[in-house]
Design a protein around this ligand. Sequence first.
Ligand SMILES: Cc1ncc(COP(=O)(O)O)c(C=O)c1O
Length: 359
Amino acid sequence: MTQLDTLPFSYFKEILPALFGGFPGASKTPSAHELAKLILPPDQIADTKTYVRLRSGIAELLSNLNLQNKRVIFPSFACHSVTKAAEKIGARITRLPYPLTAAKLKKIDLSKVSAVFVVHAFGIPADGQKSNMEEIAKLCREHKIILIEDCAHSLDYPQVGAWGDYALFHFTKRLANLHGGLVISKKKKLKNDPQANSRFPIKDFIRLILQTATLRLTLNFVRKRQGLHTETSAAHQIPKSGYKSTHPFARRLFKIELKRHQQESKIRENLRKKYLEKLPSNWTPLCKDHKVDTLQFPVVTPKNLCRDKTLLKLRKRGIMANRIWYNTDDPIAKKILVLPLHASMTKKDVEKICQSLPE
Ligand SMILES: Cc1ncc(COP(=O)(O)O)c(C=O)c1O
């Protein structure tokens, strides 16, 4: 079976022009605005900033919106770093269980709410239906509530990012890159200016190289034999470097990688179709629409099975499935298993993975 979560060696060909940007003949460094225009239509972009860590962009955005001591709604199934950023600036947080729907919002006294922070987990719009997002946006407009969309798992406007006052994207969740997050304001100017970043981020570069074939094979060899690791809360803090703007190399690589990602969308669509066709009936796909370009292929583990034990068994067979946000207190966090989906996979790989899932 193809090694499922490695980047091919040919990837080095893409890194090189980005690495030597600035040299004659090499690629130029795009501005944050140019990158935003690759995702959103120009009339949707009033201002843009890039950050080493998206969580810092979130903290600065919430602070600029004067949300200190104000009520902000978050989904309870979300990366801790996002809510930690809100806590850091002193926002008052209310968490709603996954999926975040307009019906759940209506049960709250919205006159006391200043912002709703939607996380499109796995790139699936809120609860998988665009109509729900339209309702949420309408509610926010009626109550003069700021709507922020976290689209870190997707680069596919208008599937996500079409409804909010602010849209956030990520450089490394869908693409291979050093680091980076993009904050886009639809109507207003953003007040903060992250510091320029000129020091080469060696650690991030090593991590990127580790994602390429041979080294990743070694890493997977170890992962197959290891238990599942537990995240520490330190992993969710904002490091000092986070308030800097992304390194120019990361901006150049984002542009190159985004093009590749877009060219490979049909392959991913066909793989999702195959998953939907072959998934055993007691496993539930989180999104049934094969056109929604999900971050890998999230499924809900059947009630009679332990997600973590199943995950370890799959890894032993060389299937590098995953879990995310597993220590958040949303019930879904203990049940979601993320099956691999990469453009380097074939439909046969998907069939083998589905056959390996216990019933
Ligand atoms: C949906 C989502 N938003 C934001 C973040 C924060 O990104 P960063 O690690 O760049 O701060 C994460 C991190 O995992 C995430 O999953």
